[in-house]
Design a protein around this ligand. Structure first.
Ligand code: PBG
Length: 338
């Protein structure tokens, strides 16, 4: 029996022609993931010889400053351009105002200095936010009702960013979502002659349940308890507001902007790239990582294929790169395939 296909295009257009062979699939491929698109987030805590597994993030560990050097060396040898540091702060150093964040001799400045000394060619990014340092787990200073106060928080964040810049960090990344913090930090950096310190603004950062495993990893989950971050992080229902947030951060002096989380917010990533044409990054957050790990551990998904497809999707959606806990695994695969 002969099938009759009724279409004005057919058979002049047969989209499957280009898909038939590997060479032509490669020839028509629109986006490519490379190692230079990857930013590797790592957790660091005090101590020596530590590689402490994070239960909700299989394969992710908390490093001590010495073991972190080996991780940094691996990034360098694989060609990963940037490592992002997230501190796990001792409970005894946590206070209501999180002022340890601005300690020039604190964990992060020390680690930054030692990494830049050993691996000057590796870009180092630091998070600017108070949640690892506050006894209540919020990203800022709170009033008696638990409301995060904007200006007092921006003051401490600015001191935190300056301390990180003084330690030699390449990129500061405010993830706090306070109003006006990019401008204040930019002015302070310029005033102190840190004119080359780049700011990657967590511009469109949503109040997401996908951050759960991260809060376990840095140990802020218990401090935060049942409270949430809805008064400063964005409502997952909003799209136009993301563009206003990004616009403000660019006017205030951001060099790069970010959308976070990643996979559930690819529409926002595309909007932001189209609207501003800025260097635009996505953060494939802890919960996205945990989902892929859990499903592949059950044999429900093919780990490597899903990992690579998820990362390529950020490129297709307009991202210039992605912060991902898969950075090292992906870079190794890319190297094998090269
Ligand atoms: C802290 C911060 C968070 C993440 C990055 N920086 C958590 C939060 O806002 O509660 C989440 C990263 C992840 O889930 O992988 N301000």
């Amino acid at each position: 029996m002969t099938t009759h296909i009724v279409s004005a295009d057919f058979p002049a257009a047969r989209p499957r022609r280009n898909r038939r062979d590997e060479f032509s699939r490669r020839l028509v491929r629109e986006n490519v993931l490379t190692t230079q698109d990857l930013i590797y987030p790592v957790f660091v805590r005090d101590g020596q010889g530590v590689r402490e597994p994070v239960p909700s993030m299989p394969g992710v560990v908390r490093y001590s400053p010495d073991t972190l050097l080996a991780a940094a060396e691996e990034c360098v040898s694989l060609g990963i351009p940037v490592m992002a540091l997230f501190p796990v702060i001792e409970p005894s150093l946590k206070t209501p105002d999180g002022i340890e964040a601005a300690n020039p001799d604190g964990l992060v400045p020390q680690v930054v200095a030692s990494l830049k000394q050993r691996f000057p060619e590796l870009g180092i990014l630091t998070d600017v936010a108070l949640d690892p340092y506050t006894s209540h787990g919020q990203d800022g200073v709170i009033d008696e009702n638990g409301y995060v106060l904007n200006e007092p928080t921006v003051d401490i964040l600015t001191r935190q960013a300056l301390v990180q810049a003084q330690a030699g960090v390449d990129i500061v990344a405010p993830s706090d979502m306070m109003d006006g913090r990019i401008g204040t930090i930019r002015q302070a950096l310029e005033a102190q002659q840190h004119i080359y310190t780049r700011i990657m603004a967590y511009s469109a950062k949503y109040a997401s349940a996908f951050y759960g495993p991260f809060r376990d990893a840095v140990g802020s989950a218990a401090n935060l308890g049942k409270s949430d971050k809805f008064t400063y992080q964005m409502d997952p229902a909003n799209r136009n507001e993301a563009l206003r947030e990004v616009a403000a951060d660019i006017r205030e002096g951001a060099d790069m902007v970010m959308v976070k989380p990643g996979m559930p917010y690819l529409d926002i990533l595309r909007d932001v790239k189209n609207a501003f044409g800025m260097p635009t990054y996505a953060y494939q957050v802890s919960g996205e990582y945990a989902m892929i790990k859990a499903a592949s551990a059950n044999g429900w998904l093919d780990h490597d294929k899903v990992m690579m497809e998820s990362l390529l999707a950020f490129k297709r959606a307009g991202g210039d790169g992605v912060l991902t806990y898969f950075a090292v695994a992906a870079a190794k695969l890319l190297k094998e395939r090269a």
